[in-house]
Design a protein around this ligand. Structure first.
Ligand code: ZN
Ligand code: ZN
Length: 158
């Protein structure tokens, strides 16, 4: 009985099955085209997202590199040129790039802590890597300024 039943089923499926197969080529083609378009759209979307994430990552890497540089030793990398070490004296902080700021009782540890604190504090509210500049008025002494165009904030460090 079982064998018979199986054969009967095969026989029944044989007809419509073949018909379905002959119709197959058209539908999957359309589906394939649609799927291709859809995948292309998804791919484009992913590329945009990836690029955005990469730019975020870049900012983060900059910040981390800067913080690492600060951690590395008691040498403090100049936040303005990001190339030279700052020379810290009791009365002044200066760099080969032209940065010169008068201070009082400054040490490398103090300066490092100050930079680290300001950078970390900013990174809590904004993902952008802030810029450091030296401002100098006509009469006022030069000061080190951290500013960020993204969150529209600035802080005087020294
Ligand atoms: Zn410098
Ligand atoms: Zn910011």
């Amino acid at each position: 009985m079982e064998q018979g039943g199986q054969r009967l089923q095969e026989g029944l499926l044989g007809g419509p099955g073949e018909e379905a197969l002959s119709q197959m080529p058209e539908e999957p083609d359309e589906l394939a085209v649609l799927e291709e378009i859809q995948q292309e759209l998804i791919l484009q979307e992913q590329l945009v997202i990836e690029e955005y994430e990469r730019s975020l990552q870049f900012d983060e890497e900059c910040l981390n590199a800067m913080l690492d540089g600060l951690d590395a030793s008691d040498k403090v990398i100049c936040p303005v040129c990001r190339k030279n070490n700052l020379t810290v004296r009791n009365h002044a902080v200066f760099c080969q790039c032209g940065l010169y700021i008068s201070t009082q009782g400054m040490t490398e540890e103090k300066l490092q802590a100050l930079l680290e604190h300001t950078l970390t504090e900013h990174s809590h509210r904004c993902f952008h890597n802030p810029e450091f500049t030296v401002t100098s008025g006509m009469e006022e002494e030069a000061s080190l300024l951290m500013s960020c165009p993204v969150c529209d904030s600035w802080t005087i460090l020294l």
